[in-house]
Write a protein that binds this ligand. Structure first.
Ligand SMILES: [Zn+2]
Length: 223
């Protein structure tokens, strides 16, 4: 490294200090230091669709990592700050972890719209940033407008469990016909699959041929 490069690095550090999201160690770039990155537990990357509780309308489901302490911290921080950078980087990392067979047939990548009214008020969607990072890395077009949450969804709190599920099932619409397209939907965490299934339902109703769920992490099946 020559003098100018190292002076440049020092300047960058002064202007953009960068710390590992998990252990706070000073790092040059990226979001996790190498030892913390090594603590991420990669899944087998098999299609987990048979382990998803609400799997209707979803054809395949892939998860990059098991939901462990490090992932929890990363996802938590992504919800509250610096979501663009963390989301892009996690999408990029996930893309590099998956085999191309997981996504190569997809025509579009999209993201689960904002989950809760609370998030909507905050006005950002971390899943969209993950999807952007992922799509860029794998070279598939990303269109965050394909799925939209219906604006007038009845308040969940006044409904019983059955009504809540029905409300959720019909919570999404698509913005255009999706004739025979194969769509990959990205989210941060896969739990029951209810949201993903509701998104897939809207896509299939509007002509999508195939829906693949792609998520960073899951706590549902651990080892
Ligand atoms: Zn670290």
């Amino acid at each position: 490294m020559n003098y100018l490069q190292s002076a440049g690095n020092i300047m960058m550090k002064l202007v953009f200090p960068n710390f590992c999201l998990s252990c706070n160690k000073d790092i040059d770039h990226a979001i996790l230091c190498n030892p913390c990155l090594d603590k991420l537990e990669v899944t087998t990357h098999q299609n987990l669709i048979n382990d998803v509780h609400f799997s209707e309308f979803i054809d395949e489901a892939y998860v990059c990592w098991w939901y462990n302490n490090i992932l929890q911290e990363v996802i938590h921080k992504m919800k509250y700050s610096d979501r663009a950078r963390i989301g892009l980087e996690m999408g990029h990392l996930a893309a590099n972890n998956f085999e191309a067979s997981v996504y190569k047939q997809l025509d579009y990548i999209t993201a689960v719209p904002l989950h809760h009214i609370k998030n909507r008020e905050r006005g950002y969607n971390q899943a969209m940033w993950i999807a952007k990072g992922f799509a860029k890395e794998v070279g598939i077009p990303m269109d965050s407008t394909i799925i939209k949450r219906k604006i007038h969804t009845i308040s969940q709190t006044t409904l019983d469990r059955e009504e809540r599920l029905q409300n959720m099932e019909n919570a999404f619409v698509t913005s255009r016909p999706l004739k025979e397209l194969k769509i990959g939907i990205i989210d941060d965490v896969l739990t029951t699959g209810a949201t993903m299934s509701a998104c897939a339902k809207a896509l299939k109703k509007n002509g999508a041929a195939h829906v693949t769920a792609l998520t960073l992490a899951t706590p549902i099946i651990n080892h």
